[in-house]
Design a protein around this ligand. Structure first.
Ligand SMILES: Cc1cc2nc3c(=O)[nH]c(=O)nc-3n(C[C@H](O)[C@H](O)[C@H](O)COP(=O)(O)O)c2cc1C
Length: 366
């Protein structure tokens, strides 16, 4: 059997030294110059004895146990295993994603642990929490109607009718409809005492630690009572803060791969995550997953509210993050693009079936 270096290996050079991520495990191996020489010599399949000799021609006998250890860690693999490759998933998604996946696993949430209070106190002592609301106080605002429209459809009817819509009539949406969608999707409905972490908001959507790091930016095209343009939605003021009156459907089309439902409704919403609002409380790699769960909850609340109002919702992540962040004028190290929602008056007669879909022919369901 010949050995070769596992391909790929993900390495980091940190204050702790040069580290190789252990394949399949959430831990790293510190790389000594000797290990580095072994790995350099094992780029192509090589007999284990020849490998030891290549690295240590004087034959001190110290190399072979290290080679065996690297085999046990899966850092050196047999050429047969190398041919077979690792799990296909990581070939599709990439070695860095695998590393991230592993590093985000098994985070200690300190539930019922005496350390929990200590960690929380250290966070608070380390500096004030970021604001729970983002606002643009110097921009012109559109104050939205304060009374949401009644949502009288039964929960079952809304559940049954929630579909992704891709075709819209082109009719405008009223400011009351928009305001109702924004209120239920993004505004706080109650405030709670979050103890050390201050005031916590209760919104329709759950959010990890009540951090509500999701922000909403709206591009209005066809909303009665709201001039077209790009706005930030102030969840605090229930108002739209005008960022750029010149943003049009064409601009949104460019950064959403021209996927029509992203920009052909009456409005488009870009959501972002304000990273520090979340990272202030959650300081481990698993927190990188939290904004995805949170954005998903917001997406479902958006879709259900639109449905209850008779609007057709759409959602996608098919957009160029960098371009969206540039459009919104946010610093991508602080706040990044997350999820695109849009809505309009749905085309088609059947409220239970979006236009363009028909009932499938009889077939075996697999
Ligand atoms: C995260 C996410 C991304 C999506 N991206 C797209 C998309 O780019 N284009 C599209 O037509 N539909 C997209 N959809 C809609 C799905 O295709 C749709 O939810 C699925 O086909 C089920 O249909 P339904 O939502 O009507 O139940 C996306 C849905 C989710 C949850």
């Amino acid at each position: 059997m010949k050995l070769r270096r596992r391909d790929p290996l993900v390495c980091q050079w940190t204050g702790a030294g040069f580290l190789i991520g252990m394949p399949g495990r959430n831990s790293s191996l510190k790389v000594s110059p000797g290990i580095l020489r072994i790995l350099e010599a094992a780029g192509d399949p090589v007999d284990p004895e020849e490998l030891a000799t290549a690295v240590d021609p004087d034959g001190s006998g110290k190399i072979r146990p290290v080679v065996d250890q690297l085999v046990r860690h899966g850092i050196l693999v047999s050429d047969v295993d190398a041919e077979t490759g690792g799990p296909a998933l990581w070939e599709h998604w990439g070695a860095v994603t695998e590393r991230f996946h592993l590093s985000a696993r098994d985070a200690n949430y300190l539930v019922d642990s005496p350390e929990r209070a200590e960690v929380a106190a250290a966070i608070i002592a380390g500096g004030a929490a970021p604001p729970i609301f983002k606002e643009y106080p110097d921009r012109p605002v559109v104050m939205l109607p304060r009374r949401p429209l009644p949502l009288r459809a039964s929960v079952e009817d809304v559940f049954a009718a929630r579909r992704t819509h891709r075709e819209f009539t082109g009719d405008p949406v009223s400011v009351d409809q928009l305001s109702t969608v924004l209120f239920h999707t993004f505004a706080p409905q109650r405030f709670l005492d979050g103890a050390l972490f201050g005031v916590q908001q209760g919104r329709v959507s759950a959010s990890a630690g009540g951090r509500h790091e999701v922000e909403c930016y709206l591009v209005a095209y066809d909303v009665e009572g709201v001039a077209p343009g790009l706005y930030h939605y102030s969840a605090n003021r229930h108002a739209l803060e005008l960022l750029d009156p010149d943003v049009t459907r064409d601009r949104v089309a460019e950064l959403s791969y021209d996927q029509e439902p992203s920009y052909q409704g009456a409005f488009t919403i870009f959501t972002t995550a304000v990273a520090h609002r979340l990272a202030y409380k959650y300081r481990h790699p698993r927190a990188y997953r939290l904004w995805m769960y949170d954005a998903g909850h917001y997406g479902q609340t958006f879709a259900l509210t639109c449905t209850a109002l008779g609007l057709g919702p759409f959602q996608t992540v098919a957009f160029t993050d960098t371009e969206v962040e540039r459009l919104l004028g946010v610093d991508p190290d602080e706040e990044f693009a997350v999820y695109l929602f849009s809505a309009g008056v749905p085309a088609g007669e059947n409220p239970l079936q979006p236009k363009g879909f028909s009932t499938p022919a009889p077939s075996l369901v697999r």
